[in-house]
Design a protein around this ligand. Structure first.
Ligand SMILES: [Zn+2]
Length: 403
């Protein structure tokens, strides 16, 4: 019996030791695996150094998100001195993931996938660096798309990858550079990666605003039609950053506002799209847009955010400071009334547009609208059913992935 008890004790001890060893091994494994996993993740998400794609100071002929009919400009246009033949360098470490040749669109384009989950795309090239050119079997006027295996053609930031040109849909020699999220192909503002390389101390400028009374629900300056009002000629040499419109306006009911504005930089005659626009009513934000990333599937919504009909007749884009129903462009943020202002009290309403560029140069435009009762419209201070519907509509559409 004693032997039996001692045998049981010994067995229990052995089991305990065995369990302890298993636990220790598991803990060790867990530590090692977690450690590996963490280091693997950190190498994926580690901060990448982004460099210039050219070996001279960058000036832009176009910026990200500029409104164009049916699409936003998907990248930046880097000037190449109106000539072809400039050396184009990879902006960060990664590997060549694709080469395309086309008579239209991007023309000759090279794609570099980066370990931080972004892909840079260099377009309208004259030709690729010889080692990549050798991979293509050109037969003249052809359209080619060569997807390259992951990691097979690694590049370092600053490696020569191509020579600039004027191929595809291009109106003059330049480098069109895009940066996409590699997984979703959402377009990102390249200035978020290269902004530190570009000098810009000039604030954006608004030229005029548009008042858009909602049909049957609003009136502005006695009219139910949309109307435009100038802020005065922009003078980009004088660094005026605050504008006060002395003229007084009147309104009643629901009115949306839109703005014609451009961004500028010193020493160049180009004008650019507005990165950041905000509309405040009595100091409270009712609308803001931040053009930092655009899903490809939202490209046609430029015609809804911008007044496409007005553009067709005047070639001028007024960008709305309110959201049309059923838009899903994620860069627009509004109050629950979609940014549409309701004038329902006989008092002055103080409206302010604030514009900012990527470098945080800012311009502010103030004007006052007097609420004045008008029998032809009956404002509903809480907005309409459409607003409530819009609350549910936002963000429910899944982004469609295009590559
Ligand atoms: Zn471009």
């Amino acid at each position: 019996m004693k032997d039996m008890i001692s045998f049981k004790r010994k067995t229990n001890k052995l089991i305990l030791i065995f369990i302890s060893i298993v636990c220790l091994i598991s803990l060790f494994c867990l530590f090692v695996c977690t450690g590996n996993h963490t280091s693997h993740l950190s190498s994926l998400t580690s901060h990448l150094e982004y460099q210039s794609p050219v070996d001279y100071e960058i000036t832009l002929a176009g910026n990200f998100g500029e409104p164009r009919p049916w699409h936003f400009h998907g990248g930046i246009d880097v000037k190449t001195g109106n000539v072809e033949g400039k050396q184009i360098f990879s902006i960060a470490d990664g590997y060549i993931s694709r080469l395309t040749v086309n008579m239209y669109g991007f023309g000759n384009a090279i794609y570099v996938a980066h370990p931080d989950g972004h892909t840079s795309v260099y377009c309208h090239l004259q030709r690729f660096a010889p080692q990549y050119e050798a991979l293509l079997h050109r037969t003249g006027k052809d359209t080619l798309s060569l997807v390259l295996p992951e990691g097979k053609f690694p590049v370092k930031a600053g490696d020569l990858i191509a020579i600039s040109g004027n191929t595809g849909h291009s109106t003059g020699p330049h480098l069109h550079l895009e940066i996409h999220d590699t997984e979703t192909w959402v377009m990102r503002d390249p200035l978020a990666f290269l902004g530190h390389l570009i000098a810009d101390t000039v604030a954006p400028q608004a030229h005029s605003f548009m008042a858009v009374p909602m049909q049957g629900e609003g009136v502005f300056n006695g009219s139910q039609d949309k109307q435009t009002f100038g802020f005065g000629a922009p003078d980009i040499k004088v660094q005026r950053s605050t504008f006060n419109l002395q003229r007084e306006f009147t309104a009643w009911g629901r009115v949306g506002f839109a703005l014609w504005a451009d961004d500028y930089a010193q020493d160049v005659h180009n004008h650019y799209g507005i990165r950041h626009m905000q509309l405040l009513v009595d100091g409270r934000e009712v609308f803001c847009s931040d053009v930092d990333s655009i899903p490809i599937s939202c490209q046609p919504e430029v015609n809804q955010w911008g007044d496409y009909d007005h553009w067709r007749h005047t070639r001028i884009w007024y960008m709305k400071a309110y959201r049309e129903p059923r838009m899903r462009l994620p860069i627009l943020h509004t109050d629950i009334h979609r940014g549409i202002v309701t004038f329902s009290e006989e008092r002055p309403y103080h409206l302010t547009f604030v514009l900012r560029d990527y470098q945080n140069n800012q311009a502010t435009y103030h004007f006052t609208v007097q609420g004045r009762r008008n029998k032809s419209v009956r404002p509903h201070p809480k907005g309409t059913l459409l607003d409530d519907y819009q609350l549910f509509d936002q963000c429910l559409w899944p982004y469609i992935t295009y590559k």
